[in-house]
Every structure is written in C-alpha cells, then in structure tokens.
Design a protein around this ligand. Structure first.
Ligand code: SF4
Length: 149
C-alpha cells in the first residue's frame, strides 16, 4: 500500500454487500468485526456503513490472521490493542496520562472512549495506526518503540 495515496484509499465508497464481496468475508462476520472494533467503517447519517479500500484490505488481513496465523477475534483484538500508538504519535507523558489507549490493552486505540489531546480531533480512519496496523503489530518492533520513547 502506497502511503502517498492514503487519501484515496481511505475514502468510504463501498457498501457492506460490496465490501463483503471484495474481501470474500460474509456480511455477518464483517458486522461482528465492527462490533468488536477491529474495523471502523464510515457511518452515514442514515446509519449505513461505507467501507474504504483500507477497510477492504483490513478485512483481507483479518481473514489471513484467522486462517493462516491461527488467531481468533480476541487474538486479533489483542494484537491491535498493544500497538504503542503514543510512541508512533509522539505523545508526551502529560498527554499519555489523559489517554485511555495508553492505560488499557483491552481494545485498539481507535476504540478508546477517552483519547489524549493528540488524538481528540483526529479522524482515526485516516491515521497511520489504523491504516497500517501491520507496520506496528510486530511485538519486537513494538517493544523497541516503547523502550525508545
Ligand atoms: S488518531 Fe485514533 S487511530 Fe490514531 S493513534 Fe489516535 S486514537 Fe489511535
């Protein structure tokens, strides 16, 4: 995925049926992933979900995690939850103190109800942490990032 084209990649254009077809994932599984916070598709004013190319790619990655790496949904959630977003976003200690994502490892940072000042006005759907989680889900790299910050 080319980071220069993130704008086009994050544009919400696909309906649930299309996302299901493109990712070869049943619609009921996609709904389950949304409920669990693994993906955060755009929600229209009529409460319909729209998916971007990034979301489709994430659905394909989830499928791979489930089929090839033996993870279950809780395992994928755990993988996303330990991404050290505060190191990636360079949050200082004061900002971390006010951020649920820093204190909790139960859900991905984009699902945190109380975000630190660096993220409060951010759109998680276009954030590198959400768009490129595979860049940050290597446990060894995570530890290196954490010990560097
Ligand atoms: S903007 Fe959202 S996805 Fe990015 S680090 Fe903050 S909470 Fe996580």
């Amino acid at each position: 995925m080319d980071e220069k084209h993130t704008g086009a990649l994050t544009e919400p254009i696909y309906t649930l049926a299309v996302a299901s077809r493109m990712s070869e994932t049943p619609a009921h599984s996609i709904r389950q992933y949304i409920d669990k916070g693994l993906i955060i598709p755009f929600k229209t004013t009529k409460k319909r979900h729209l998916f971007s190319k990034v979301d489709i790619q994430k659905l394909k990655s989830i499928k791979k995690y489930l089929k090839e790496q033996g993870l279950n949904i809780a395992g994928i959630n755990a993988l996303f939850s330990v991404i050290p977003c505060w190191a990636i976003k360079s949050c200082d200690l004061e900002h971390r103190y006010h951020c649920e994502a820093y204190h909790s490892i139960l859900k991905p940072c984009w699902m945190a109800s109380q975000k630190g000042p660096n993220c409060q006005n951010e759109d998680c759907r276009v954030c590198d942490v959400y768009v490129f989680p595979e860049k940050f889900t290597n446990p060894k790299e995570c530890i290196k990032k954490m010990t560097r910050s």
